[in-house]
Design a protein around this ligand. Sequence first.
Ligand code: C5P
Length: 237
Amino acid sequence: MTRGKLLYEGKAKRVYATDKSDEYIVEYKDDATAFNAQKRGEWAGKGETNNAISAHLYPLLEQAGIPTHFLGRLSEREQRVRAVTIVPVEVIVRNVAAGSFSKRLGVEEGTPLPRPVVEYCYKSDALGDPLINTDTAVSLGWASEEDLRRIRELALQVRDFLVPYFEARGVRLIDFKLEFGKLGTGEIVLADEISPDTCRFWDAATGEKMDKDRFRRDLGGEAEAYAEMRRRVTGGA
Ligand code: C5P
């Protein structure tokens, strides 16, 4: 498999074409950004850690019946994925109030939500990923109603798999963000990554934050927290 043209560069990843028209290579970078890239940083090992965590979780999600873009880990920083067109709608699933939800609604961080809350944002760096609803996405042609129904169903299936998975490893999954892609056939699959960049993880025993909030909130210890999450998720792989 050879790496071809750079197709897309995001804040934490690069996507390359390959010699196969239906496969891409994703490269995980060490860069960290927050608040729509107004805060920037990086630390050694971040890309490898996020690649390892995602590469561990996606096959498990596949086994649980959730179609994903993941095909295999190629190297410390790279993975092979199915070529998709990303649906420009970021899906946030919340189990416990935190972050922008707490701020927007005045609900104290750490308040458990009796039922999961699914939120949608428009994936746009220029606009800072604004909150939208599904009518907005359909009206502006970003996804069909049927696609959005499937996306919501898959997002909740991901939650149902991940919550007990992390619980068994001493981690509370507070919330997370997913992205979905469309294959040439029209099938919706889970794309992007699941990592401490895209989830809130709180240690079940101490409540300590083990995710990107350490960087966002200047708490320090981000490299150690990511490494610990890698150890808990993969058992050291
Ligand atoms: O900031 P907010 O509370 O909306 O974030 C909710 C969840 O979505 C967090 O786990 C955060 O890491 C993730 N997120 C993300 N990318 C964004 C916005 C939020 O991964 N652009």
